[in-house]
Write a protein that binds this ligand. Sequence first.
Ligand code: LLP
Length: 421
Amino acid sequence: MDHFLYRDGVMHAEDVSLTDMVAQVGTPFYCYSTATLTRHFQLFDDALAGMPHLVCYAMKAASNQAILKTLGDLGAGMDVVSGGELARATAAGIPGDRIVFSGVGKTHEEIHAALSLGIRQFNVESEPELRAISEIASSLDARAAVAIRVNPDVDAKTHAKIATGKSENKFGIPIARARDVYAEAAAMPGLDVIGIDVHIGSQLTQLDPFEAAYKKVAELTEVLRADGHDIRRLDLGGGLGIPYSQGNEAPPLPKDYGALIKRTVGHLGCEIEIEPGRLIVGNAGILVSRVIYVKSGQDRDFLILDAAMNDLIRPSMYDAYHDIVPVIQPAVGAERSAYDVVGPVCESGDTFAKARQLTALHEGDLVAFRSAGAYGAVMSSEYNTRPLIPEVLVHGSEFAVVRARPSFDDIINRDTIPYWL
Ligand code: LLP
């Protein structure tokens, strides 16, 4: 459920008409709903009620500080994967003790910064990383709380580019070697080995891969405890999928996911962390764009938008499907025809949808890409020297531009021409 609905024939974001917003912001832009963000965070928090837990939003999905602060104010923790995300979460007021640092290649500088902030936990992915964290922590007279990410060799049954829990993926340590690695870690002076971490992939639309992975984590917890490790926290990652096509998909609900967690690891008495990104922000965001031209090709019509692959790369990169809907509500029963929906970038890959059935659209019409909140703005680039598009956050009848559209000068002036030219 989200808060982008037609009202009096115009799509609204909560109580704000998108046409009003367009008049002030211009197109294209991303628009997020506070009510949807809040609702989705709450669904996870409620799903884990009764267990000590922290929902650590995977901020890689959408990292605008206004989103982070909205979630942080609700009590969310943050899952960060770079020094930049760490700085951003901190700037948004997230306290260190609610920050978990994941990622397969943390640099020494990043580890140092995280230790200085006193973060809650490192999710560690290799033995050399364990050694680096221990050394840096010791040099600061600190002990770093670590969970080791295990690779459970489970097929997440999702797109190959976003599956992370198979042995051929670069993530985590093989679960078969976990006992040795935990023994090594326990002997390192700068580490406090507190838990186990697992994350098997993203956009999972079934629960069984989670179940398989979490059962392995539960078994491993018992084994490691028998080896003398005080395993008291389990980070179960993110990955729960969302419906991208309205009415056609019904991925599992957070409450069923929460019940699965209770069933598989609840008896262990551990504090539970989860790291959802997409489900919190995916359907809380849309991308609003304008039709520049409608062009008749040899055997098809092209809808040429002012948004492009640099603004939303998911269709080009993963063949991802996004619903595209007109901002002005079409008449009931209005005829549909097929369009190839494309952007202005000079690549054939700049295609959002092929042969998409849409009601008639004309030059100047507005459309919205639904479910664009996760991995939309954060993956955008300035390819073709197209400015990063603004982000807008709606709250009831109010809205604010939370990332402004840069001018061409802002972009161009980042370059410097060396003295010999
Ligand atoms: N935790 C870790 C360690 C992760 O690597 C990820 C996502 C998450 C949590 C959050 O997963 P989520 O709940 O959002 O599924 N760009 C791709 C998705 C990449 C996901 C990367 N890792 C896309 O647009 O589909």
